[in-house]
Design a protein around this ligand. Structure first.
Ligand code: ATP
Ligand code: MG
Length: 236
């Protein structure tokens, strides 16, 4: 446990205060608070439709909350112009989703290098670093990403998320499409990142065993994030 469940973390990489957001007459966030510090992992659980993915979209600046503050490495994302949001996103946030962020027809190397090339112009350096990350995460070389196994695909997604050395990693059901073995390995890889790279990790999952690996487990309920009870059998 790196922080208590209440109060802001010291020098947080993510600091959300008093977030309010409704959609189609449903209140998703009602004064929601969250603080995540460098080196800390937070798992978010909660019923389907409670707003977990919407929360990640808000942190990415893709959705504008009605009011409240979202600071990513100190920058107020709710107030930045869209061009600066895109820059902040590509430089400081890495995302790992269940599917969708990798282009299936490109090679894993191209997929990972592309994320580097979108934020800087050193093409050779981007490719070199992409290959190093893929080697480190043991992704085999392949002509297209669609020919990878589920676990290899998600390791590629993790490599893509890491290529710009983000301060914050957001993962939305990153193990949702994997078998139990691959789930355990991807979860281990993800929860190791805050320790090894000093980034913050916010991971949304329905899997209690995956959630139990986080420093803190929170549940999105009635518009707020509340400490979740993790079954003792899973914690061990
Ligand atoms: N673009 C949209 N337009 C209208 N309603 C939306 C939109 N996006 C999300 N919603 C609604 O907001 C609510 C929260 O959706 P969200 O995807 O954040 O839930 P979730 O907690 O991630 O669910 P799950 O666990 O099933 O992924 C849902 O009721 C959903 O229908
Ligand atoms: Mg979701």
């Amino acid at each position: 446990m790196s922080n208590s469940d209440t109060g802001p973390a010291p020098d947080p990489v993510l600091h959300i205060q008093d977030l309010n957001y409704s959609i189609r007459n449903r209140t998703l966030f009602k004064g929601l608070q969250l603080s995540v510090s460098a080196g800390e992992s937070v798992a978010i659980t909660g019923p389907s439709g409670s707003g977990k993915s919407t929360l990640l979209s808000s942190i990415l600046g893709l959705i504008k909350p009605h009011d409240g503050s979202i600071r990513v490495t100190g920058a107020e994302i709710t107030k930045l112009p869209s061009k600066q949001i895109a820059k902040l996103r590509s430089e400081t946030i890495g995302t790992v989703f269940q599917f969708g962020e990798l282009l299936p027809e490109l090679s894993p190397l191209d997929n990972v290098a592309l994320a580097a090339l979108l934020s800087r112009s050193d093409r050779a350096g981007g490719y070199r670093q992409a290959q190093e990350l893929l080697d480190e995460l043991r992704v085999p070389s392949a002509e297209t990403t669609e020919e990878l196994s589920g676990g290899e695909h998600q390791r590629t997604a993790v490599a893509r998320a890491l290529i710009n050395s983000p301060e914050l990693i957001l993962a939305d059901e990153p193990t949702g499409a994997l078998d139990p073995d691959a789930t355990a390995r991807i979860a281990e890889l993800l929860f190791d990142l805050p320790r090894r790279r000093r980034c913050g990790l916010v991971l949304v999952t329905h899997d209690v065993e995956v959630a139990a690996r986080a420093d803190r487990v929170l549940r999105l309920e009635a518009g707020l994030l509340v400490p979740a009870r993790v079954p003792e059998a899973v914690q061990a």
